[in-house]
Design a protein around this ligand. Structure first.
Ligand code: PGA
Length: 257
């Protein structure tokens, strides 16, 4: 982390877990735990149908609500899709875009990811742009090339003035939900490379201000070490974000430096 230049953001990704009726209990347990964690911005990304319940449960707290996907289209005949303006209308502040599970199961290509980034920015929602390599790609030694391609395509035609709204999450696919984490040094190095890609595109000042998270089996035991890396400015947390105590321990571990 480097709080002098950029925000630390700890975001939970509930994926397709929990029920709307679970949200109040979760928030009642989480809220008293986070009063001492002053430095990190906190986000909980819930399934679309739970957004109103989550907004209500967290209304008197500093926890922002995020979504896990949005349509690249503005409106129209797209049965089952949810638009950026519909999310903004419900008070959603962040949206995960290009998560590897959506790239794998729902056909989100880099070009579609780019369209979704623009849709979110247009509606004033912060994209949490996910990038990351598979195990095979890592073994082939093409991690950095692949990530450069993902980042550059996702940010195509995004003006410098909008870059302050973008969060990037480095999530190596082989570390998601597997219990295998990149070592803090490995993860920190890729996040540093991502920052240097941003520097190449937008210059040093912008690169310095972008929040870059790590995601992939981050938990209350490894978060302190990961967050101590200078280029890791937060986490995107799946499994461990479903338990209020684990999630709050991760949030508290950002109280360093
Ligand atoms: P995990 O998921 O923490 O369960 O590995 C992270 C993510 O997919 O965002």
């Amino acid at each position: 982390m480097n709080r002098k230049y950029r925000k630390t953001i700890i975001a939970g990704n509930w994926k397709m877990n929990m029920l709307a009726s679970d949200v109040k209990k979760f928030s009642d347990e989480l809220k008293p735990q986070i009063t001492t964690a002053k430095y990190a911005a906190i986000v909980v990304c819930v399934p679309h149908v739970m957004i109103p319940a989550a907004k209500k449960a967290f209304r008197d707290s500093r926890v922002a609500i995020g979504a896990q996907n949005l349509s690249e289209h503005e409106n129209g005949a797209y049965t089952g899709e949810v638009s950026a303006s519909q999310l903004a209308d419900l008070g959603v502040d962040y949206v995960i875009i290009g998560h590897s599970e959506r790239r794998q199961y729902n056909g989100d290509t880099d070009i579609i990811v780019n369209k979704k980034v623009h849709a979110a920015l247009e509606a004033g929602i912060h994209p949490i742009l996910c990038v990351g390599e598979s195990e095979t790609q890592r073994e082939l030694g093409i991690t950095l090339e692949l990530i450069a391609l993902q980042v550059k395509t996702a940010l195509a035609n995004v003006p410098q003035s909008k870059m302050r709204r973008i969060v990037i999450a480095y999530e190596p696919i082989w570390a998601i939900g597997t219990g295998k984490t990149a070592t803090a040094e490995e993860a920190g190095k890729v996040c540093m490379e991502i920052r240097s890609i941003i520097r190449g595109l937008y210059g040093a000042k912008t690169a310095r201000s972008v929040t870059i998270q790590y995601g992939g089996s981050m938990n209350e035991k490894n978060s302190r070490e990961l967050l101590a890396q200078p280029d890791i400015d937060g986490g995107l947390i799946g499994g461990a974000s479903l338990a209020p105590i684990k999630f709050s321990d991760i949030i508290k571990s950002s109280n360093q430096g």
